[in-house]
Ligand binder design. Structure first.
Ligand code: NAD
Ligand code: UD1
Length: 343
């Protein structure tokens, strides 16, 4: 199939592009590089030995996007493009509503106009809010507690309305749990700008000596060791999930949401211990206050994806930590964040 991949130069997009090429798909990546670097796509070509088309464009620009739709006849769209930092979304909500919602709206309008009705969309476990019981299931009530989460929720609602109006659409909404890890080659990975908000990039930078100490946000949760529990999933498994979702939307109509996680929760302290094991480095940490908005425990029920997509996460926590560490060790100057300071 010929696939438009929005946001394909980013962390999850680049891993998925590699899988798509290896499976014989043709891809056109549209990315404005607001949170990525074109070199990730060079590395996708290096890994796969295959070519792709890259167009540096902003998906909110309807005229430029229409040109792309006119030039290429797409069979399906995988839509990753969006801003994703929760804290930033609280400070600049309008940027998030504009980029994520207007961007998606532009894309969906063009898909409708050019009769491309097969879509795989990146949603997030954040749409479950913090009031549901674990394990989280796709049919539980949805809510959001910050502008980022609300953009995901609104886009999901928009997609349900699009499908109600035209049941020829075929849409897979993928709710990622905590994507981590890197390509086993060490060539692709996550490179957050500035101080990382998320646990994995922070821990790798502490292990690499780029940051002095990890703050563990909350040690008094009602969990096995008092620290927060999450369902971490290797980005390579996640990329495989997109292939399965694409196969599903290609051969049926409908709209379905799928949890992509492992179904297994690990605590912050378990992550620290596993990182110490794979890196052979001591990870200094301090116990701090809970982070506002954090749930104590979050993990998925993945049975729907297992049954309907025949997809299962296969990589272990050790794989996730080892590949993250390998990526950290392999980063070249191109990827190095110039703003990174030892703090
Ligand atoms: P990322 O920032 O690495 O990738 C997103 C890509 O989209 C970047 O390359 C960025 O430059 C591009 N982009 C952003 N706005 C754009 C626009 N208007 N036009 C064109 N390109 C644009 O993020 P990621 O971790 O790969 O996440 C991909 C998707 O998955 C996002 O929608 C994110 O919200 C969602 N998601 C991510 C996580 C996570 O933890 N990484 C969890 C749940 C959901
Ligand atoms: C966060 C976002 C979520 C988003 C996800 C993307 C918040 C509140 N939630 O999820 O919306 O979809 O990232 O991956 O921002 N932790 C520490 N120290 C740190 C960083 C994190 O102890 O320096 C802890 C957290 O309290 C949590 C766990 O590590 O218990 C995982 O945190 P993180 O990687 O930020 O992911 P989430 O909070 O699950």
């Amino acid at each position: 199939m010929k696939i438009l991949v929005s946001g394909g130069a980013g962390y999850i997009g680049s891993h998925t592009c590699a899988e798509l090429l290896l499976s014989g798909h043709e891809i056109v990546v549209v990315d404005n590089l607001s949170n990525s670097n074109e070199s990730s796509l060079e590395r996708v070509k290096e890994i796969t030995g295959k070519d792709l088309i890259f167009i540096k464009e902003d998906i909110t620009d309807e005229m430029k996007m229409e040109k792309i739709f006119l030039e290429h006849h797409f069979d399906a769209v995988i839509h990753f493009a969006g801003h994703k930092a929760v804290g930033e979304s609280v400070s600049v909500p309008l940027n998030y509503y504009h980029n994520n919602i207007s961007g998606s709206l532009t894309l969906f309008k063009l898909m409708k106009k050019y009769e491309i009705k097969k879509l795989v969309f990146s949603s997030s476990a954040t749409v479950y809010g913090s009031h549901n019981k674990v394990p989280l299931k796709e049919d539980m009530p949805l809510s959001a507690s910050n502008p980022y989460g609300r953009t995901k929720l609104f886009i999901e609602e928009m997609l349900r309305d699009i499908y109600s109006a035209d049941p020829e659409w075929s849409i897979a909404i993928l709710r990622y749990f905590n994507p981590v890890g890197a390509h086993p080659s060490g060539l692709l990975g996550e490179n957050p700008k500035g101080i990382p908000n998320n646990l994995f990039p922070y821990v790798t930078q502490v292990a690499a000596g780029k940051r002095t100490c990890l703050s563990i946000f909350g040690s008094d949760y009602d969990t096995k060791d008092g620290t927060g529990i999450r369902d971490y999933i290797h980005v390579a498994d996640l990329a495989g999930g997109h292939l399965k979702a694409l196969e599903a939307v290609a051969c049926s109509n409908g709209i379905e949401a799928f949890n992509l996680g492992t179904g297994q929760g690990y605590s912050v302290l378990e992550i620290v211990r596993m990182f110490e094991k794979v890196s052979g480095k001591k990870i200094p940490f301090q116990l701090s206050e809970r982070r506002k908005g954090d749930a104590a425990v979050s993990y998925a029920d993945c049975s729907k994806a297992r049954i309907l997509l025949q997809w299962n996460a296969e990589k272990s926590l050790e794989d996730m930590c080892r590949d993250s560490w390998n990526w950290q060790m392999n980063q070249t100057e191109t990827y190095l964040d110039k703003e990174l300071q030892i703090i």
